[in-house]
Design a protein around this ligand. Structure first.
Ligand code: ATP
Ligand code: XMP
Ligand code: GLN
Ligand code: MG
Length: 542
């Protein structure tokens, strides 16, 4: 990598808070809250060696985590963080880590688990330590989630907050800007948590809250130009989903026609999707999209396969086969044109949650499903083709990507589009996929989504679709016996797609959808609505 590339990184252009991740489910929320305040933040594993950091954070947050500081093998920070002389805020495990480092006897297993709401009494000390809860009065309501607790006050610290159960719910060093809280300011259930994070980052760390997405796009365009240089070609897998659309728009702005975008019709796309995506991208964003018609190939490889993981693997590897071919075709087509060059880069719409998962000090969490995005595992493709990955959105969350999409003038209907998985309808058909079944699911899905839009509910729902149970059920249509498939309607609300609840339609709406699908889609005998939340269910059917 050219050394000047680093100059474009946000942490060198914005005051940045470093969040060291101890593996909490909510670590990423600390970043989101900070970024929403306009303070840029990055997350790194708690085991990061401070000597390896190429930039200096304005302050450091230690996240919560599932371990217990006193256990063998529990994760601990590099002691050098305390020598950076920047403010530190420990949250839950992070607070216990601060106390444990001073004396391991400071932390012990509690008698009871404290989970949920707690009232915290704020103690004024009349020194610098009051800054963390400045403006918050005597008491705040917070969310707790812990078992271990501080049993004594670390040497050199004072108490700044307490609850009935936790005598040391908030601590601060008498002289140094080191703070710890037992509760979780990053959660919405701590209503004034954002103010605490603001007090910490802006007032205590002195970070200027000037992180703006617009600047980010400009920096990213500059970074891409440096990376790609002025000859290489970039191939991008573009699905019409918001991530790849935003990625492609940034790439197009950076290198113009040397960016080649490809959409693969895997035979499992939604109704008229490929045509619509091609038209929208071309008309509104000036992106020339090549649609590779490969429905027959995918369906022939999927024939007779009902195991969900096998289906995903087949689709993933077929995507790669086709992208390899496309890369070669693109180079050939570019020969003897002003844009002749080698395809050296592969654009991927990776978002920060994926990056965070792979950065975790414990490695990626257990595989429930292999997520076969095209970009998910293009290793063979990258090696075979000598391609390198380029990921303009790798530091962003979905809502930030949506905000950038709006800023780039991408139409609201694209920006707010429900996510659609790479394997498409194939993982919404329980059982093996055939052309007929894909067509039935596609038509039922189109009716459901159209009716949701007409009812003005689309933006209240995070993701909705119709899938198919290939078991068949008996029905009676106009005095005739029918033996048809079962359509499964699914609609969920979720913030992060990690957990979700079924959307509450009224019955009349669902009955209307059911009637319309039975009437208009041949081969369907019954329509059901899935009420399972996630967990235990997942959002997709497979
Ligand atoms: N049919 C397809 N043709 C080409 N690329 C695809 C296709 N389906 C998925 N991809 C690629 O896989 C990536 C991951 O898919 P994913 O669904 O997570 O993101 P997205 O489609 O961009 O956005 P969204 O999450 O809103 O659907 C996409 O960004 C795109 O690069
Ligand atoms: O690009 C994708 N390739 C996949 O293989 C895949 N599987 C699930 N998803 C999407 O991920 C989110 C969570 O889905 P699950 O609850 O079913 O795991 C939901 O938004 C799903 O649509 C996928 N996206
Ligand atoms: N949420 C947390 O960080 C929990 C920390 C620690 N595992 C405890 O139970 O107290
Ligand atoms: Mg998608």
């Amino acid at each position: 990598m050219a050394p000047n590339l680093e100059a474009e990184a946000p942490h060198n252009n914005f005051d940045t808070i470093l969040v060291l991740d101890f593996g909490s489910q909510t670590s990423h929320l600390i970043l989101r809250r900070l970024r929403a305040l306009g303070v840029f933040a990055e997350l790194l594993p708690c085991t990061t060696k401070i000597a390896d950091l190429t930039w200096k954070p304005k302050g450091i947050v230690f996240s919560g985590g599932p371990s217990s500081v006193y256990d063998d093998g529990a994760p601990h920070v590099d002691p050098a963080v305390f020598e950076l002389n920047v403010p530190i805020l420990g949250i839950c495990y992070g607070c216990q880590e601060i106390a444990w480092r001073i004396n391991s006897a400071n932390v012990a297993r509690g008698d009871t688990r404290e989970y949920g709401h707690a009232d915290v009494k704020i103690t004024k000390v009349n020194s610098h330590v009051d800054r963390l809860f400045a403006g918050m009065g005597d008491a705040i309501s917070v969310f707790m989630s812990h078992f271990d607790k501080l049993v004594s006050l670390p040497e050199g610290f004072v108490v700044i907050a307490a609850t009935k159960n936790s005598e040391f719910a908030g601590i601060a060093h008498q002289e140094k800007p080191i703070f710890g809280v037992q509760f979780h300011p990053e959660l919405e259930h701590t209503p004034r948590g954002t103010e605490i994070l603001r007090n910490f980052s802006v007032d205590i760390c002195g970070a200027e809250p000037n992180w703006k997405m617009g600047d980010f796009v400009q920096l990213e365009i500059a970074r891409i130009r440096e990376l790609v240089g002025d000859r290489a070609l970039v191939i991008g897998a573009v699905s019409g989903g918001v991530d790849s659309t935003v990625g492609a728009t940034i790439m197009k702005a950076a290198i113009g026609d040397r960016f080649k975008s490809v959409l693969i019709n895997n035979g499992c796309m939604r109704l008229n999707e490929c045509e619509e995506v091609k038209e929208t991208l071309g008309k509104h964003l000036g992106i020339d999209l090549t649609v590779v018609e490969a429905g027959e190939l995918f369906l022939s490889r999927l024939a007779g396969v009902s195991d969900p993981e096998k289906k995903r693997k087949i689709i993933g590897s077929t995507f790669i086969d086709l992208f390899e071919k496309e890369a070669i075709r693109i180079e050939k087509d570019a020969e003897n044109t002003p844009n002749s060059g080698k395809v050296e880069w592969f654009l991927q719409g990776t978002l920060y949650p994926d990056v965070i998962e792979s950065l975790s000090f414990r490695g990626p969490s257990a595989t429930i499903k292999t997520h076969h995005n095209v970009g998910g595992l293009p290793e063979r493709m990258m090696n075979g083709q000598g391609l390198r990955l380029i990921e303009p959105l790798r530091l962003l969350f979905k809502d930030e990507v949506r905000a950038i999409g709006r800023q780039l003038g991408i139409h609201e209907s694209l920006v707010m589009r429900h996510p659609f998985p790479g394997p498409g309808i194939a993982i919404r058909i329980l059982g093996d996929v055939t052309k007929e079944r894909a067509e039935i699911a596609r038509r039922a899905d189109n009716i459901f989504i159209t009716m949701i839009k007409e009812a003005g509910l689309y933006d209240q729902i995070s993701q909705a679709f119709a899938g198919l149970d290939t078991n068949r059920s008996v029905g009676v249509f106009g005095d005739q016996r029918v033996w048809g498939y079962i359509v499964i309607l699914r609609a969920v609300r979720t913030k992060d797609f990690m957990s979700a609840e079924a959307f509450n339609f009224d019955n009349a709406f669902l009955a209307n959808v059911s009637r319309t699908i039975c009437n208009q889609v041949d081969g369907v005998a019954r329509v059901v609505y899935d009420l399972t939340s996630k967990p235990p269910g997942t959002i997709e059917l497979e």
